[in-house]
Write a protein that binds this ligand. Structure first.
Ligand code: AMP
Ligand code: ZN
Length: 112
């Protein structure tokens, strides 16, 4: 399967690692949209949040367990935003589930 984020997780494509455990990998977004912009991805290939189900939801739960640790490591004590885009209308460009962590400034009140 030709998946950019699977290749990043394998180390075939370089990335700036922020955090890693057995379940997930976090790295700097190459085109940051906030002073801090990190992507957290499950190591297992899941196409999007629309593909979360009873079999794979534990990996998502584990990601949400470590996001506060990652945010703390990034110095985001004043708050941050978690975003996941889904499909065409959601403007998802990489078809491997990822959670954007955005922070480091007062973010826009607009979400759509
Ligand atoms: P989305 O549009 O929600 O699918 O988000 C995909 C994100 O991946 C975008 O914010 C891109 O800037 C980011 N991205 C694309 N290629 C890379 C890469 N090689 N390394 C890090 N981030 C990337
Ligand atoms: Zn993948």
């Amino acid at each position: 399967m030709d998946c950019l984020f699977c290749a990043i997780i394998k180390g075939d494509i370089p990335s700036s690692k922020v955090y890693e455990d057995d379940n997930c990998y976090a790295f700097l977004d190459i085109n940051p949209q906030a002073p801090t912009h990190v992507l957290v991805v499950p190591k297992a290939h899941i196409a999007s949040a629309d593909e979360i189900n009873a079999e794979n939801s534990q990996t998502v739960a584990n990601i949400f367990k470590v996001i506060p640790e990652i945010a703390s490591q990034l110095g985001l004590g004043d708050g941050y935003r978690i975003v996941t885009n889904i499909g065409e209308n959601g403007c998802q460009s990489v078809k491997h589930l990822h959670f954007h962590i955005l922070g480091g400034k007062k973010l826009s009140e607009n979400m759509a």
